[in-house]
Design a protein around this ligand. Structure first.
Ligand code: KG4
Ligand code: ZN
Length: 357
């Protein structure tokens, strides 16, 4: 193989994933073990359960990845592993495994920031995306807006002051007991709400805009989440929330919730674009906005944000849903990007995992 290749390992949350990617962005092999279904049943991630499952599957995931790529560890030019941010116990499994893997070898190690990896994935699928670009990352653990200025340089414009949007989607799905429906089994909360919202009235439950008085790019989702949870309780008390009988109101709730989230995200993205243009942080013509993270797999949100971006002369790029949720490919690709800059390699023994950053 004449192109350099990187093995990426991800274990920051509830997915154990790995991939081998080359310099051209070709995925040579990948594997993933998702814990989502199990955590949906329990109603959230229990850190030590997540850790145990990572431990159980990580070797299998990495070995299958190498096997699928038709290579062995000797063939890779570097190993990249997520070291921050995430659940401490989960990150630890990936790091310890990587240390073990690289013991007695001289393979370079590249530590990866999970959120930066989400942001940079867009450059793998679309090589025309150049720095700087604006990025909105919306996942189950984070919500942030940043200007990606270089592979390892991000200017943070705003973040969630409370919960993450994916988390709110998960809570609403749970309050509505969507996973009990046969055709919703195996779906994460966000995907369940999106499916149920189809055909629902997005204006059925109108809410006041979120954080209107805050003239910045920060986010808040706990207020809207609580109000919808209260709405669900109220409906349950008045009508008895039977998913088989009161489907219209359930889909109205989902559609309205989604609409409220879209309004908030749109408002923040719009403000960020205007700010970046004014401060000359983004090119005035054809600037790129990247939308990623698990919540970005929502088609309704994508379409809405697409309109906002178009109205401001920017183009919106969303990686395919498979690359928006946690995966090993984004980690390997970030490894490639860092390898190309020549600055990404660090001594594995001096790197520590960081739950927050
Ligand atoms: O990025 P991700 O896989 O994991 C991290 O949180 O880092 O994101 C998972 C989150 C979950 O909260 C899930 O409910 C949400 O992304 N999500 C969605 C959709 N698909 C996944 N939220 C809204 N609409 C979706 N279609
Ligand atoms: Zn993620």
């Amino acid at each position: 193989h004449s192109k350099r290749i990187v093995l990426g390992i991800e274990s920051s949350c509830d997915d154990t994933a790995a991939a081998v990617v080359d310099e051209a962005g070709t995925v040579l092999g990948e594997a993933i073990n998702s814990q989502t279904e199990l955590h949906v049943e329990v109603g959230g991630i229990v850190p030590h359960v997540a850790r145990d499952l990572h431990q159980l599957h990580i070797d299998d995931v990495v070995q299958s990845t190498l096997h699928n790529a038709g290579i062995s560890l000797e063939d890779v030019d570097a190993v990249a592993t997520t070291v921050k941010p995430g659940l401490h116990m989960s990150l630890d499994v990936g790091m310890k495994y990587t240390k073990q893997l690289l013991k007695n070898t001289w393979k370079p190690f590249i530590p990866i920031h999970h959120m930066e990896a989400h942001a940079l994935t867009a450059r793998m699928i679309d090589s025309s995306i150049e720095f700087p670009f604006l990025v909105l990352l919306a996942s189950g653990g984070h919500c942030l807006l940043a200007v990606a200025e270089a592979v390892d340089h991000f200017l943070l414009l705003g973040k969630s002051l409370d919960v993450a949007p994916g988390d709110s989607f998960d809570k609403i799905a749970r309050a509505l007991k969507l996973v009990l429906l046969p055709e919703y089994q195996g779906l994460c909360g966000g995907a369940a709400v999106e499916l149920m919202a189809k055909g629902g009235d997005p204006h059925a439950f109108v809410r006041t805009p979120i954080m209107q008085a805050h003239v910045n790019c920060d986010f808040s989702f706990s207020g809207v989440q609580t109000r919808f949870e209260q709405q669900i309780e109220k409906q349950e008390a008045e009508l008895g929330l039977d998913l088989n009988r009161v489907l219209p109101s359930v889909s109205d709730i989902c559609a309205s919730f989604q609409y409220n989230i879209l309004q908030h995200l749109s408002n923040r993205v719009q403000r960020a674009i205007i700010f970046c243009h004014r401060e000359k942080l983004l090119p005035l013509n054809d600037a790129t906005v990247v939308l990623s993270g698990g919540v970005a797999s929502n088609q309704f949100l994508r379409q809405g944000l697409q309109r906002v971006c178009e109205a401001h002369g920017t183009r919106l790029v969303c990686p395919p849903p498979k690359l928006c949720t946690d995966n090993g490919i984004m980690i390997a690709w970030n490894g490639i990007e860092k390898l190309k800059t020549g600055l990404g390699i660090e001594d594995i023994n001096s790197v520590e995992v960081l739950p927050r950053c």
